[in-house]
Design a protein around this ligand. Structure first.
Ligand SMILES: Nc1ncnc2c1ncn2[C@@H]1O[C@H](COP(=O)(O)OP(=O)(O)OP(=O)(O)O)[C@@H](O)[C@H]1O
Ligand SMILES: [Mg+2]
Length: 394
């Protein structure tokens, strides 16, 4: 068997499932999936970690499935952190430039960025990300100010906080499983790497990730995440609505949602019946159109909430991309394009269709792609895995 190139584990700790992906990295920005594993999440809910041992067992099960399938255990892991406790802050720092040369120095940029990242941290928080999203020199946007003449530098930074105890616990768990933590990432970066093209990240796109207990709206522009919003509502809430409105157990509600769910009641023929669902102790037939009406109400409210949160942002011309397990409900794209009055695409970007087959694995693969992009994962060019044209043309 040919020797495998470097590998790394991508781990997405979601509120409903933990997804592990063993990725082979033949060269920068290319991943080959060698093994996939999933397990139901335990020990974690929307209030944080409730049972560290339970969570550790869930992570272990997911990781073991992926490493067995791949027949290899990578040494490094990139972790997509749970959404609980995530807080985005955009802040600006200003610096008067006083260097005798009149030109901006590297230290000026560092100092100005530090000021931009001086954001008040709540006592239980840890900063998991901080970087600049816009630089102005004397009021004019510049890509790199270093070496340019100017009197005032202003940097706008994006700072992301997470829950300190949760990050500590997760780091401990994956270290105890024998991994070196190469990077900790937020869902938004992983989803952005797997679901958007470079052009979409550059010219503007809204990414909505509908998960189990959370929905995340992320606005990408100028190649980066410029705005993030997190809402405590997702696929679980839809299941709860179905259980409550149709008076059926949660487990049946989840099953009928996945098997018969739809977002557009008017496309369901009136006579479509879901037979024999236990309700109040007796099997009962349920009209599929009624199920779709329940689902539509919650999905509409969730998407309207996203729209409301971003009402101050000019998104005209931006495509909307919807990802996560919740994006699998048929008809969602049509409803979303009505609400956002924009073109809508579902799930991972077509360039990764051959790599990521299941929309629920987008973050696990995306955090590895993101790790390569940021340099958290260094990938050596492997001569044996170079493409023929690279060998031919250097
Ligand atoms: N075919 C489907 N139709 C409808 N809903 C689906 C389907 N497949 C999965 N889901 C729903 O997607 C949700 C899980 O999505 P996902 O795996 O993206 O969540 P997660 O990453 O674990 O959670 P989070 O992102 O909130 O932390 C569940 O509520 C599940 O019921
Ligand atoms: Mg998720």
């Amino acid at each position: 068997m040919p020797k495998m190139a470097e590998s790394v584990l991508g781990l997405d700790i979601g509120s409903s499932k933990i997804s592990s992906v063993v990725c082979e990295l033949p060269q920068p920005q290319e991943v080959i999936i060698r093994g996939l594993g999933r397990s139901a999440t335990t020990g974690l809910d929307e209030t944080g970690i409730t049972d560290e041992d339970g969570l550790s067992q869930s992570i272990l099960r997911s990781v073991q499935r992926a490493t067995r399938a791949a027949s290899v255990k990578p040494g490094r892991v990139v972790v997509g952190l749970p959404t609980f406790g995530t807080r985005f802050v955009i802040n600006s720092g200003v610096l008067s430039l006083q260097h005798v040369s009149g030109l901006v120095q590297a230290e000026d940029v560092t100092q100005c960025l530090k000021r931009a990242m001086q954001v008040v941290r709540h006592p239980h928080e840890i900063m998991v990300h901080g970087s600049s999203i816009e630089t102005l020199l004397d009021g004019h946007p510049v890509d790199t100010p270093i070496g340019k003449a100017g009197r005032q530098l202003e940097i706008t930074a994006r700072v992301i906080f997470s829950d300190q105890n949760m990050v500590d616990s997760i780091t401990r768990i994956v270290k105890n499983l024998g991994f070196y933590v190469a990077g900790l990432s937020c869902d938004q970066f992983g989803a952005g790497a797997a679901c958007l093209s470079d052009a979409e990240r550059q010219y503007g796109a809204l990414l909505i990730d509908i998960g189990g207990k959370w929905t995340r709206a992320s606005l990408f522009q100028k190649g980066t995440l410029v705005l993030g919003s997190v809402m405590p509502v997702g696929g679980h809430r839809i299941t709860q609505d179905i259980a409550q409105c149709l008076r059926i157990p949660i487990s049946d509600a989840e099953r009928v949602k996945i098997k018969y769910g739809h977002v557009l009641p008017f496309v369901i023929p009136d006579g479509d019946i879901i037979p024999g669902i236990p309700s109040d102790g007796r099997p009962r037939d349920i009209r599929r159109r009624i199920l779709a009406e329940v689902i539509r109400a919650r999905v509409r409210e969730t998407l309207a909430l996203v729209r409301k949160k971003l009402r101050h942002v000019d998104m005209s011309g931006f495509p909307v991309i919807i990802a996560g397990g919740g994006s699998a409900i048929p008809g969602l794209g049509i409803l979303a394009s009505e609400i956002f009055e924009a073109p809508v695409r579902l799930g991972i970007h077509p360039q990764f269709h051959h790599t990521i087959r299941n929309p629920e694995d987008h973050v696990a693969v995306g955090v590895v792609l993101y790790g390569m992009k940021t340099g958290a994962i260094q990938v050596a060019q492997h001569p044996t895995t170079q493409r023929w044209w690279q060998r031919a043309w250097g």
